[in-house]
Write a protein of this length. Structure first.
Length: 31
């Protein structure tokens, strides 16, 4: 899933290792 990849690689950039939730990713990565 794109969301899963975002969490794996994007979380470090956006909010460290634990500061990002799937909803945060969805809000940022709206198609």
């Amino acid at each position: 899933d794109l969301i899963a990849e975002w969490i794996d690689s994007g979380a470090q950039i956006i909010g460290g290792c634990c500061g990002v939730s799937p909803k945060d990713i969805e809000s940022i990565n709206i198609p």
